[in-house]
Design a binder for this molecule. Structure first.
Ligand SMILES: C[S@@+](CC[C@H](N)C(=O)[O-])C[C@H]1O[C@@H](n2cnc3c(N)ncnc32)[C@H](O)[C@@H]1O
Length: 282
């Protein structure tokens, strides 16, 4: 099975493929354009939009100097690199299940000033950290690949301090389409997983999508309060042609999933959403 998005990135980086490095050398996620009409389809423009997507999430997290922050599913450490450049005296920890990504993050992101950095290879659903170790947990465009959203939330509840925040982004299905979605779920999950890979271990479940209602139920069951739900779908749309072009160069058959996602996004069946939650204060 060819999975150009992840399996091929280390190979392309090793070959000094400038397109792959520019598009995905730092962040492996969609872009955010404040004004999507300004998107010009270039890789530089996509890179800036990917930086902005991380910043959109960070705006929900009330980051300040001195915090202990965990980036779960940190990829190549792009969001940690932004925090590292903007704040002081942070304890920044990135965890990712894929050793190659952790190695690249450790090599490319070096601590600035008084910040401390730690990249760990491990599973976001079995966090190797003490209870109440963090003020903020981030999960940038990765929770759909984790073995279980329920296990991840339970782990976040354990490692966050009272009043601490969880900020994540995910592709969500509108509640009104939840029933209909069941009919397409199997084929969509298969195509997306085939194109983007399981990111990690072969025994991971397929990438899968949740509704807004499922998140509300999970937060209530976990005891986290929902702070804000920001639907940024229109701001991410210029991502699709850029990613499709890059993937097509590696494996033309893999573009079906991205084209399918683009279509479902256009008709409103998939929304790109930032969700933030807070731990109880006591
Ligand atoms: C789309 S990428 C996003 C990476 C990074 N957050 C970013 O925004 O650049 C999804 C990431 O989730 C990671 N991942 C998948 N399952 C994981 C797990 N169980 N624990 C930790 N990381 C995981 C993948 O290896 C991949 O790096």
């Amino acid at each position: 099975m060819t999975r150009p998005y992840f399996d091929d990135l280390p190979r392309l980086f090793a070959q000094n493929d400038t397109a792959a490095l520019q598009a995905f050398g730092k962040h492996i996620h969609w872009g955010f354009w404040a004004d999507p009409a300004t998107a010009d389809g270039s890789l530089e423009d996509f890179f800036q939009a990917a930086e902005q997507l991380s910043r959109q999430l960070l705006a929900h997290a009330d980051i300040d100097d001195g915090l202990q922050i965990l980036d779960a599913g940190c990829g190549f450490g792009g969001t940690i690199a932004l925090l590292n450049g903007d704040y002081q005296n942070l304890h920044l920890t990135g965890i990712n299940i894929n050793g190659e990504q952790v190695e690249r993050a450790s090599q490319t992101v070096q601590p600035q000033g008084s910040n401390q950095l730690n990249f760990v290879c491990g599973n976001a659903c079995q966090l190797p950290f003490a209870d109440q170790a963090f003020d903020v947990v981030l999960a940038v465009e990765c929770i759909f690949a984790f073995p279980s959203r329920e296990q991840f939330f339970a782990e976040v509840r354990r490692v966050l301090r009272p009043g601490g925040k969880l900020v994540l982004c995910d592709f969500l299905i509108p509640n009104s389409l939840g029933g209909l979605w069941k009919a397409f779920e199997g084929v969509t999950n298969y195509l997306v997983t085939r194109a983007y890979g399981k990111f990690t271990a072969e025994d991971n479940p397929p990438i899968n999508f949740w509704t807004f209602a499922q998140y509300a139920q999970l937060a209530a069951a976990t005891g986290l309060s929902s702070l804000k739900i920001e639907d940024i779908t229109p701001n991410t749309v210029p991502t699709y042609p850029v990613v499709n072009r890059l993937m097509k160069a590696v494996d033309p058959s893999s573009t079906a999933a991205t084209s399918g996602l683009a279509f479902l996004t256009r008709i409103g069946a998939i929304r790109y959403v930032i969700l933030s939650y807070q731990m109880p204060l006591a």
